[in-house]
Design a protein around this ligand. Structure first.
Ligand code: GLC
Length: 737
């Protein structure tokens, strides 16, 4: 049971049994009797809490029906015993002031402003809550579908004994009725007491509660009336499952590994939907308050995973992201999704450092290419999107086509180079926490630039346009990387402002970085021999049983020359921790090198479903990717943190589906080029693509990755299934030799 800082929703049940009241909350686990049960399911778009205490089975489903105007709690209480049970139900909400930080720090202003009122609407009670300044504009409204016999809005009275009562044992629930107090200040709650009466053996009662925010009670009436009806709630739940069935039907796979199937068919695409919507914005770990908005870099990667499922959403979102690009080609770092204000993020905080990140503007190029391959909607390239720069009236100074946005970004990086001709680091690159002095160069940005150039060249060729300029740029950068960045056994990661390398054998700390190796493969800059050697070095120096570390050895102590990374102890987060987001890049690199066994090993070792066996150590949900796991230099090696909102979701989904299973959208069809473990006999998949459905059967006939393809019974050259008309179902067999 949370302590006195509980802010949220709960439900109390109480049983009248002649002796008095037995009060408990099916939301919280008391000491579990062997006959009791408690289960919390995170469904697709809803949460369901199922519990069984004292013979009462309670199933509470919490969700927001599409449209988003109201939160519904659908409560079903069943008597599983052989005798009738007399039950009262008290659903409750505890409010915080909308300025949630002030709620915790300002004990003067906040409590004086919080107010609650009760309004009787026929047989129903509506509890209204607001900070005084929002009295006429924004009311929190709570009601239910059954008559309440009393209510409480003052937390002090609810807990009782001047708040010596606790959430585990609120003293007011030992009284027959709540006090019907309309709070004029203080900590506000909304609690409604419903007498459900005796519930017969086997009988189920249903109570629905509604929480919404409206300008006034009248405006909420229609909503409340609608959602009090159980049939409306049932219909909305039906719609929700239909949405997810459709969403997930874009790709369904059947591989020999059940943990991979569970992730790729349900949980991973679900998490990708969440990261697309929220980026790192709403999270218990990363605050949605203050200056932290949605990352341009983060969202540009999150969107990659949902393009097959929601191409129109992806397109609109990519345009939003492009509108935070500046005329010089670089981009802002963060934006607020509600106000669409942009900011330079942390880079604005240090005056002697550049105010841009060297990678932000490049990521959306990957998204645009992926969107075009998925849809064939080349008109998108001509759509007009403004740059972020504004005149004094707040109007955009320049608006250009999507294609010009791409070119501007590539030109920025082409010109923004340092002593070795490599891209300048800016404030940071993907690794936000290594903040070297002005003039430092980034190998990561060089590689990302290389990867985006590969996409740009392919796109121009697809359009029948001249790509020579970008081919030259690619070869130029490749030559610089190959000349300057090979350390002997692996690639460097940075050059400091004075040319000192980081990520080199000669460094005492930070000798080798994962991204320096995997991205040398992804960019195509590494020669085959160096690529293999670099990825072998990853395996030797960075791999652990819980995932691949970002770098090693960790820095040991704060050092302003390197910045944020040295604020963490060794083994935590970016400082030699298992930062998961780059792990799938190693998976992809291994597939590019043709090693299906190692690619799958890297995939499987961070599959959260596989960590359920040591959940006491892992401490993260077994169905979502967390952001980081503590590395082997840390005493708590294996502990995961920051679940849900991580770029790991998007990249693991891409790595699993497009690179291990090898099913990728291309401009002219659906490529099937699996790089799977040698021991797999094959797998099957159903992929919806440009309106047609492709049933793909992969059969292993040899140990290699060479594909012979048969489409609807006929042999096809290469490994691309040609585009089929919308509505068609295509059967393809890919034989691996
Ligand atoms: C966090 C940031 C992301 C960054 C990563 C590595 O996840 O949101 O932008 O790339 O850390 O520093």
């Amino acid at each position: 049971m949370p302590s006195s800082d509980f802010k949220g929703e709960t439900l109390y049940l109480r049983i009248k049994d002649g002796q008095g009241y037995k009060v408990f909350s099916p939301f919280f686990v008391p000491t579990l009797d062997p006959y009791d049960r408690f289960e919390c399911r995170v469904g697709l778009g809803y949460t369901r809490i199922i519990s069984e205490f004292y013979g009462l089975r309670t199933e509470v489903t919490i969700f927001v029906p599409s449209g988003g105007a109201v939160e519904v709690r659908d409560i079903e209480i069943t008597n599983t015993t052989a005798a009738p049970i007399e039950v009262d139900a008290v659903p409750l909400v505890e409010y915080t002031h909308p300025n949630a930080l002030q709620q915790f720090t300002n004990a003067d202003w906040i409590p004086q402003t919080m107010q609650s009122r009760a309004v009787q609407d026929g047989e129903f009670t509506i509890l209204v809550q607001y900070p005084f300044m929002f009295r006429d504009t924004k009311l929190n409204i709570f009601s239910s579908n059954l008559p309440a016999s009393s209510y409480e809005t003052d937390r002090k009275l609810f807990l009782g004994d001047n708040e010596y009562g606790t959430w585990a044992r609120p003293l007011s629930l030992q009284q027959a009725e709540l006090s019907n107090t309309q709070a004029n200040r203080g900590d506000n709650i909304a609690a409604l007491l419903h007498h459900l009466g005796p519930i017969a053996p086997g009988e189920t009662r249903r109570l629905i509660t509604l929480l919404c925010q409206e300008a006034n009670v009248e405006a909420a009436q229609t909503l409340l009336e609608r959602w009090r009806k159980p049939e409306e709630v049932d219909r909305a739940m039906g719609e929700l499952s239909a949405f997810w069935d459709e969403y997930l039907s874009t790709l369904q796979v059947d591989t020999p590994e059940s943990a991979m199937n569970a992730m790729l068919n349900v949980h991973n695409p679900h998490q990708c939907f969440i990261t697309r919507s929220w980026s790192r914005y709403l999270s218990y770990y990363q605050l949605g308050m203050g200056s932290r908005g949605i990352g341009i870099r983060d969202s540009s990667q999150d969107v990659l995973a949902i393009i097959p499922n929601m191409p129109q959403d992806a397109k609109a979102f990519l345009k939003t992201l492009l509108s935070f690009q500046k005329r010089n080609g670089s981009a802002l770092h963060l934006f607020n999704p509600l106000t669409l204000e942009g900011s330079h993020g942390d880079s604005a905080e240090m005056e002697d450092r550049p105010d841009y990140y060297s990678d932000d503007h490049l990521w959306s190029i990957l998204g645009i290419a992926a969107y075009l391959k998925e849809t064939g909607d080349f008109d998108f390239l001509d759509e007009a999107v403004p740059f972020f720069d504004k005149d004094k009236q707040g109007q955009a100074i320049e608006t250009v086509s999507v294609l010009e946005h791409i070119q501007r970004g590539l030109k920025f990086t082409r010109n923004d180079v340092g002593g070795h001709g490599l891209p300048l680091l800016g404030f940071a690159d993907w690794n936000d926490t290594i903040n070297l002095a002005k003039g430092a160069e980034s190998l990561f940005t060089a590689h990302l630039y290389g990867r985006t150039l590969i996409e740009m060249i392919a796109l121009l060729e697809q359009l029948g346009q001249d790509s020579a300029e970008w081919r030259i740029a690619y070869e130029e950068m490749k030559a610089r990387v190959e000349t300057a960045a090979w350390d002997g056994d692996w690639y460097l990661r940075y050059f400091d402002y004075d040319g000192t390398p980081l990520g080199s054998e000669q460094n005492e700390k930070g000798k080798i970085f994962l991204n320096g190796q995997s991205w040398a493969v992804l960019s195509g800059f590494a020669s085959p021999e160096r690529a293999r050697k670099a990825m072998d070095a990853v395996n030797e120096h960075l791999n652990t049983k819980y995932g691949i570390k970002l770098s090693t050895p960790g820095f040991d102590g704060y050092d302003p020359r390197f910045g944020g990374v040295t604020t963490y102890p060794s083994g935590a987060k970016e400082n030699g921790g298992i930062f998961l987001h780059p792990n799938p890049w190693a998976v992809i690199a291994e597939t590019l090198l043709g090693d299906g066994d190692r690619a799958y090993e890297y995939y499987a070792q961070i599959n959260p479903a596989a960590r359920n066996d040591n959940i006491e150590l892992y401490e993260s949900e077994p169905y979502v990717y967390p952001q980081n796991v503590l590395g082997d230099e840390h005493p708590q090696f294996g502990l995961a943190r920051n679940s849900w909102l991580s770029g790991t979701a998007s990249w693991m989904y891409q790595a699993g589906t497009q690179w291990i299973l090898g099913i990728r959208a291309e401009y002219n069809g659906l490529r099937v080029t699996p790089v799977i473990p040698k021991a797999w006999k094959g797998f099957s998949a159903a992929r919806k693509f440009r309106g047609a459905t492709y049933q793909i059967e992969v059969v292993r006939a040899g140990e290699g990755n060479a594909v012979s393809l048969e489409v609807d019974g006929k042999a096809v050259e290469g490994n691309i299934i040609p585009l089929a008309p919308a509505g068609a179902t295509v059967a393809a067999v890919a034989t691996l030799r």
